[in-house]
Each structure stands twice: as C-alpha cells, then as structure tokens.
Design a binder for this molecule. Structure first.
Ligand SMILES: Cc1cc2nc3c(=O)[nH]c(=O)nc-3n(C[C@H](O)[C@H](O)[C@H](O)COP(=O)(O)O)c2cc1C
Length: 328
C-alpha cells in the first residue's frame, strides 16, 4: 500500500513537472511563433515572405507549370512585399521575392500570358531600391542537368561518414574563425521547411564565455574545457506559422546542426554534439546568461577543436541494418 502511494506521488510529481515544461513550450510558441499569422517582428515578416515566394518558386520548378498558376499567392505576396518595402525597404529577402515574381511574370510571358499590371507593379517596387544598395540576382529557378549533379555529388562518402566520431579529446590549437565561417556557410545549404532557414549559430571562444555556456550543460565533463570553440545552434520560432509546425524548429534546427557537424568534419576539425535536454528553468537561465532571445529554441551545443595526433573514441556500436530498414 505504502509503495503504491509513494509511486503515485512520484508519478504525479513528475507529471506536474512535465506539465510545467509543456506550459513553458506552449507559452513560448504562442508568444514567439507566427501562429495565427501574427506578424509583429521583422523575422516573422521575412519568414512569411520567404514562405510565399517559395510557393511560387516550387511551382516554377515543376515539370509543366500551369500558365497563370498561383495567382492568389502572387497577389498576396505582392501586397506583403509592398508592406515589407514600406517598413524595411527591399533588402535581400525583399529583392529575392521580387526576382521570383519577375521570374513568374517571364514564365507566363514565354507561354503567351502577358500580365502588364503585374509587370508595372514589379517595376514600381524595383524602383524603390536605392542606387547605392547592392542587388541580388537570386530568386526563381535555374536549369540543371543530371550530369552536373552527378559530377558534383559522385564522391563516395562512405569513408567520410565512417570517419566522423564524437571527439572528446582536443588539441590545444585555436580553431580559426574562418573555419567556423566556412562550415556555417556550408551548413546553410541544409534544406528547411519552405526554405525558411530558422537556424542560427552562436560562437563562444573566450575561456570565460565557454565556461559559462558549458556550465549549464551536463554532458561535457572531462573534455568541454579543451574545446577551442563552443557553438550553440538555435532555431527561431518566429519562422513557424501554425499549430502543425509547433515542433518544426527541432527538425530544421537538428538538420542544420547535423550539416554543421559534417561541414566541420570536412574541414578536419573534431566535434562533439552536446545535448540540450533540459528543463525550462535551465533553458531560461542559459538564455539569460549568454543573451539568447526567448523566441529561439536551443537545439544543441557543439564542442569544436583540432584533433590531437592520437586519441581514443567511444566505439558507439550501431544497430543492425535489419532493425533500422523496414522494407514492406
Ligand atoms: C543531440 C546529441 C546530443 C549529444 N549529447 C552529448 C553529450 O552531451 N555529451 C557527449 O559526450 N556526447 C553527446 N552526444 C554524442 C553521442 O553520444 C554520439 O553521437 C553517439 O554515441 C554516436 O557516436 P559517434 O558520434 O562517435 O558516431 C550527443 C549526440 C547528439 C546527436
């Protein structure tokens, strides 16, 4: 009887704690995401613009797009782009959206549909870009051949994947920022929902900053202090729009983090992912200590360093293929 009561109390207290953490997630999603299309920050506005122009890009990338397709999305994007231009001017996001709309206009024109009004509206928007502002030509579709893809992707990556290990011994050399920048640039090619690119990377280099960040993380004992850089990957909830997207930050941020780890590996650096499996109080405390906004979800930390000449790794055996690959 007593054991039953103790287990009931233990269970109900862990349910209470779980509920408190769910409420934390719920309130952050309500406050920081664009659920209900409540667009009150620049990040949210950009995400909305990207989401809409990407629908048009995707349409243009189909085998045989219908002439005049997506006119509602086009009108909606155009009106949002006008608002965006008035508020922020046509920065890279705005210009890319404009280029997509020009590509849409050109596609229709090539197929016998001239939309003069759309063209004039696009020109009007384009003319708002100041002469001294740099222009981007990105946006729309590009034609590729199978051969081009094969030529770039034909490397046998088995050895590359097999030689990435979680590294828990680092050499004392400094990891140059240029290497981190190169890796982040590579990771930016990671796919993300509607290309919204919600991920960010914070870099900590000084002993004090690294120590501060790592003090909130429980899995770096015995090696975290050897890392030349500590990275924190986040994903901003402002990029997500509806209830179904409430967990999308973990997917997009997680995929970005994976790419980043592989990019660092390709540059010869050692990495160890460091979990951010924490309760809300720890999440809040770290964000406050190092200045990460509440709207950002912390995906993980990554310890980065140069490899020592010789070192040990945990073997970390993998399951058999038949346990993982289910062929129906
Ligand atoms: C999200 C995530 C969190 C992790 N957190 C830690 C951690 O806190 N400390 C640690 O030593 N390793 C951590 N790891 C590393 C795993 O233990 C390691 O990836 C796994 O054992 C497979 O080994 P391998 O990376 O050498 O292939 C983490 C890995 C991932 C993907």
């Amino acid at each position: 009887m007593l054991t039953k009561s103790i287990s009931f109390v233990a269970r109900s207290s862990s349910v209470t704690r779980l509920l408190a953490n769910f409420i934390y997630d719920l309130s952050r999603y309500l406050k920081s995401s664009s659920a209900g299309e409540r667009v009150d920050t620049k990040i949210k506005f950009q995400a909305l613009i990207v989401k809409e122009y990407h629908r048009i890009e995707k349409g243009l990338a189909l085998n045989k797009p219908r002439v005049g397709f997506g006119s509602e999305v086009v009108q909606s994007l155009l009106s949002k782009l006008r608002q965006y231009q008035r508020k922020y001017g046509l920065d890279e996001t705005g210009q890319t959206a404009l280029n997509v709309l020009f590509a849409y206009y050109d596609f229709n024109l090539d197929h016998g549909l001239r939309d003069e009004q759309l063209y004039q509206e696009l020109l009007e928007l384009k003319n708002t870009i100041p002469n001294n502002q740099s222009l981007t030509s990105i946006g729309g579709v590009i034609k590729l051949s199978k051969q081009e893809i094969l030529d770039s992707a034909k490397q046998d990556l088995r050895a590359f994947f097999q030689s990435r290990y979680s590294i828990r011994q680092f050499a004392s050399d400094n990891v140059e920022m240029s290497l981190i920048e190169a890796a982040v640039k590579m990771a930016q090619k990671t796919p993300s929902v509607c290309n919204r690119q919600s991920s960010k990377v914070y870099v900590f280099s000084s002993d004090e900053d690294k120590r501060k960040a790592l003090s909130y993380q429980t899995g770096n004992r015995g090696f975290g202090d050897q890392a030349s850089k500590v990275l924190i990957v986040t994903s901003d909830l402002g990029h997500f729009f509806h209830i179904g997207e409430r967990n999308q930050c973990w997917i997009d941020g997680g995929m970005f983090a994976m790419s980043l780890v592989y990019a660092l590996h390709s540059l010869g650096l050692g990495t160890c992912c460091l979990n951010w499996s924490v309760t809300y109080d720890v999440d809040r405390a770290l964000k406050k200590a190092i200045g990460i906004r509440d709207s950002e979800s912390i995906i993980m930390m990554i310890a980065v360093g140069h490899l020592p000449d010789e070192f040990k790794i945990a073997q970390s055996a993998r399951k058999s293929l038949k346990e993982v690959l289910i062929v129906s």
